[in-house]
Design a protein around this ligand. Sequence first.
Ligand code: NAD
Length: 296
Amino acid sequence: MSARVAFLGLGHMGLPMAKNLAAAGYDVVGFDVFPAANDAARDAGLAVAESAVAAVTGAAVVISMFQSGAQVIGAYTGELLDAAAADTLFIDCSTIAVDEAREAHRAAEGAGHRSLDAPVSGGVVGAEAGTLAFMVGGSEADFAAGAPLFEAMGRRVVHCGGAGLGQAAKVCNNMILAVSQIAVAEAFVLGERLGLSHDALFDVASNASGQCWALTTNCPVPGPVPTSPANRDYQPGFAGALMDKDLGLAEQAIDLTGVDARMGLLAREIYHRFAQGDGARQDFSGIITEIRASER
Ligand code: NAD
């Protein structure tokens, strides 16, 4: 029989991930502090415990999928680490700051447990389809223990190095994404003002050195890539609020290291402003409408 897995945090991402683990044969017991999330999980056929401690008791693996690092550290040090049997594997899949992830590792290991940070990309669609990408930080042995679970919930799994380096990979990737999405949007608006059609710019750039995911998959204008959010009024996709959150974590990492990441910090400023309004709920490629509306 497969190991018992406590899955904590049954929100947009956590519930479908927990369901995929259960479908793969794991003995999954879920719990969320938000009662409606527990009800939705029960309705979806998942076993749900009465409390976090009850979920963790008897589990060999504890997975968390929370909103913030404060929630992860609060839950770990509040009761989870004490409630778990010695040598439990703690896997945090939330997107949190690198230094918070390292603090969670230290707390888990200090309490006699094993620990991985394993943030994901792929969104709710990837969580439901079991096609998430996992970026994992922690020891080789802990990674080997967690790998079969990641494979049940995702398609691509990369061991990025020691504690916190899964979060580091996520933050660096999303900083590239933010900067390139803004650059692609600026180029389309500049092309519009110069009389260049969207199709012509797409045909040139997608086959030239401007080629990137923000252009060829998430094209910010409707037409050239029929599946991009621009064709459905910028419904996400990857919401502006989540990009703003991730760039906030990038900014923390930039501050921590002192790197001269001016493009990353500017992208943070631009997306922070975008996420104050309707952009919070739009796909982040909707930044093009702000660029189009502003004048230098
Ligand atoms: P969500 O708000 O839908 O779910 C988080 C859940 O965690 C909530 O239901 C909350 O009640 C629960 N929770 C918080 N503290 C808890 C605790 N101590 N015990 C049990 N449950 C607790 O958020 P989400 O969209 O599922 O995102 C989860 C994480 O995944 C975030 O860190 C987010 O940045 C990251 N992420 C999200 C997406 C996405 O598209 N939604 C994509 C990639 C990564």
